[in-house]
Ligand binder design. Structure first.
Ligand SMILES: [Zn+2]
Ligand SMILES: [Zn+2]
Length: 440
């Protein structure tokens, strides 16, 4: 290579990286505004045609057609119905992943919105109403818009952006969680999503009741770990008038439920992590004068620390078994691990805080622990991750009393969505602009 050709390259390498962040963010702002009408159209279309976990074929087609039209490399059928698009920037650099979930819930939407869902679906073998009551319609539309924004900035883009449109965040509609099968983010990873192209960071966003357009987040533990609990209490069936001839599974079950309350209040180290043990269903008995042999209960365990999680799971098992034993009954306890806790990488969170503040025009807040869990956690276990929340409560309503996620009245103030697109695009660009030490 001639020196004359080498010189400009050397000059280029010796210059400090002068990322023109303001210009790039202005570009994102202009492009996001230009795509806003389409974003809202996509969101309404997806809202009107919701699909349950592992059945998101229409949504996946809408997404993949769009990504292909932008010139992205597109893969479909990942984790059954997932779609992944890869945008290759014109300049070399790192890789960043942006994730949205596409599935809806087995909830019937009330009439009202012109684009309200009237869809029916099959959930675990039962016909149900289907509704986007967790805002995944908004997530999908915002990420489609983000792809359009960033595809338009390809020439300035350093590195690659992976757009992950994942199915079944709320679980599969086709099998029970304890069926020994994987779904959603976990299945995408098991199918080798990050083996083929491992991102250097992953970002996710969820809509929640909150000031419209406000972005909130927290460092470290962000969404809870989730374990599904099932307890089968077996006694001895007999006449309700002669309990002395029976082992009463109903009374033993009620003692177990009461006893489990002390697993959190007396045993879990709440100074390390909040914890929740909820019994959400109980089934047993057929009539007033029959003491049944068997009572079945299901519940959920939530924590924000892996050690507390293991301790609570162990204590729930031990308490249930021993309380049943003291009543002369037997408790079979099964705990199925669902989602790990989501950890927001501290360094990544600190680096993205000013980016998010600008994207949200200063409307930012520290997020509370949500109690919900998220399978984004599987991605964030593999690479540094950041998961943020976007407020979507209309300005004339109080976020504290607004219908929460999973409620049939859950409502998305669509003006907030362009902020979500700005935030996702800005985080991706800011991450790719940054030249990490020891990595160049
Ligand atoms: Zn949800
Ligand atoms: Zn959700």
């Amino acid at each position: 290579m001639k020196l004359t050709r080498l010189l400009p390259m050397l000059l280029c390498l010796s210059l400090p990286v002068l990322a023109d962040t303001a210009a790039l963010e202005n570009d994102i702002r202009t492009r996001a505004a230009a795509v806003e009408d389409k974003l809202i159209e996509w969101r309404r279309d997806i809202h009107q045609h919701p699909e349950l976990g592992d059945q998101e074929t229409r949504t996946a087609k809408l997404v993949s057609d769009h990504l292909k039209s932008l010139g992205l490399e597109v893969r479909t059928g990942i984790a059954r119905t997932g779609v992944v698009g890869i945008l290759q920037g014109a300049q070399p650099g790192r890789t960043v992943a942006l994730r949205a979930d596409m599935d809806a819930l087995p909830i019937t939407e009330p009439k009202g919105l012109p684009f309200a869902s009237r869809a029916k679906g099959i959930y675990q073998g039962q016909e149900v109403g289907v509704m986007h009551a967790c805002g995944h319609d908004a997530h999908t539309a915002m990420l489609m818009a983000t792809a359009e924004v960033l595809a338009g900035m390809k020439a300035q883009l350093k590195g690659k952006v992976i757009f992950i449109f994942q199915p079944a965040e709320e679980g599969s509609s086709q099998f029970m969680p304890d069926a020994g099968k994987s779904w959603g983010a976990k299945l995408m990873l098991e199918e080798g999503l990050f083996d083929r192209l491992k991102p250097d960071a992953v970002f996710g966003l969820h809509v929640m009741p909150g000031r419209s357009g406000e972005i909130s987040w927290r460092e470290n533990a962000t969404t809870a770990s989730s374990d599904t609990l099932s307890i089968v209490v077996t006694g001895k069936q007999g006449h309700g008038g002669m309990p002395w001839n029976t082992v009463d599974s109903i009374v033993a079950s009620s003692q177990i439920i009461t006893g489990l309350q002390t697993v959190v209040s007396r045993k879990a180290n709440l100074a390390v992590s909040p914890a929740v043990v909820t019994i959400g269903s109980i089934k047993g008995g057929t009539g007033p004068n029959i003491i049944p042999e068997r009572v079945e209960m299901t519940g959920t365990i939530r924590t924000y620390d892996e050690n507390v999680r293991q301790q609570v799971v162990g204590d729930v098992k031990e308490s249930a078994e021993k309380i049943a034993e003291s009543a002369g009954a037997k408790a079979q306890v099964a705990v199925v691990p669902m989602y790990p806790l989501t950890i927001n990488d501290a360094a990544l969170t600190a680096r993205m805080a000013p980016v998010l503040k600008r994207a949200a025009d200063g409307k930012i807040a520290e997020a509370e622990l949500p109690g919900a869990s998220e399978d984004f956690s599987f991605f964030a276990r593999e690479v540094p991750g950041l998961y943020v929340f976007l407020g979507i409560t209309p300005p004339d309503q109080d976020p504290k009393t607004a219908a929460p996620n999973h409620n049939p009245r859950f409502f998305v103030h669509e003006e907030a969505l362009v902020v979500g697109t700005r935030a996702m695009a800005s985080m991706a660009v800011a991450f790719l602009e940054e030249q990490p030490e020891n990595n160049r």
